[in-house]
Design a protein around this ligand. Sequence first.
Ligand code: SF4
Length: 205
Amino acid sequence: MTDEVRSDELPTTPMDPALLANRDGKIDVAMISLCGCWGCTLSFLDMDERILPLLTKVTIHRSSLTDIKRITQRCALGFIEGGVANEDNIETLRHFRDKCDVLISVGACAVWGGVPAMRNVFELKDCLSEAYVNSPTAVPGAEPIIPSHPDIPRLTTKVHPCHEVVKMDYFIPGCPPSADAIVAVLDDLIHGRPVALPRSLIHYD
Ligand code: SF4
């Protein structure tokens, strides 16, 4: 891990799931995509009608389902899709860590870097050259430009799994994990049971 993503303020232990179920009222949940393809987010949507009974138990805050851009209050659960590939991802993930009691890595990119981490075997400058200078889609005769602007988040040297930036409490592997796997973990957490993802729902592809 490089200093660019190092966190010296890692939380200590995961929140006891039983505490979640003992809360008064609904459980506040947030979710975000960092450097991923939104495929894991589609698995959330694949919950289909199963999300309806869950909505009596949870309130969804920042998420791709609600289009809320910022967590404005403390949440019990935070689901993270995608790894960390730029400075904006770092800031967003640290904000989730600050605001959520329990963080869950969803999918290969969040768990170990996934497809975006394939660039880790190359130098970042070589990746940028391949994308913007030597690309077969570069306009012939045009001056190649590697995008750079204060509004464009600076890429990290390497792509990192979330747990290299902040403490993560649970991990759901898969590319993407199935909706069944996400439902199983969410259901355990909101009912205060220890998370016990059935082996049949665990896959790594
Ligand atoms: S784990 Fe797979 S499906 Fe999920 S964001 Fe990464 S590439 Fe997409």
